[in-house]
Write a protein that binds this ligand. Structure first.
Ligand code: CA
Ligand code: CA
Length: 152
């Protein structure tokens, strides 16, 4: 392994620790932040970007379970929207498969009125707790930063 790769790995490790030092939670090569304020979906996403992250992408059962403990009973924005095309749900990270794991609450998403942004933690069932909300609602939000990504 070249010295450059070692240097790069060290930078990534330090980067992850820096987030943990700021109170972010580590799980499976990502760090997570849950807000104390409430904002609209777009404002929430902007806030995550300012923190060098993006809204949460849930890509496994394990990650959904982890988030259940992180959100502490709150309903929180995740990085999932059908704002581009009604009924076509996309993660903010376009590389993540659209048809990856989904944990919609029964009867959701229903686009009641006009709802294009997704939350987790709606209702009491932890296993199926996603719902679509109006994007202008003020909710807490969860940011995720994969710490194995190249620094950018
Ligand atoms: Ca919708
Ligand atoms: Ca809904």
């Amino acid at each position: 392994m070249s010295e450059d790769i070692y240097t790069s790995m060290n930078v990534h490790c330090r980067y992850g620790y820096a987030y943990i030092d700021m109170g972010w939670m580590y799980f499976n090569s990502s760090v997570y932040y849950i807000s104390t304020e409430r904002k609209s979906w777009s404002e929430s996403r902007q806030n995550c970007r300012e923190r060098g992250a993006d809204l949460l992408i849930i890509s496994s059962r394990e990650e959904q379970d982890f988030i259940e403990t992180l959100r502490k009973g709150q309903t929180a924005w995740i990085g999932l929207t059908d704002g581009d095309e009604e009924g076509v749900w996309k993660w903010v990270d376009v590389d993540t498969l659209i048809f990856s794991f989904r944990f919609w609450k029964l009867g959701e998403p229903n686009s009641y009125g006009d709802e294009d942004c997704a939350v987790t933690g709606y209702g009491s069932g932890p296993e199926k707790s996603w719902a679509d909300f109006p994007c202008s609602y003020k909710c807490v939000w969860i940011c995720e930063r994969r710490i194995s990504d190249p620094a950018d």
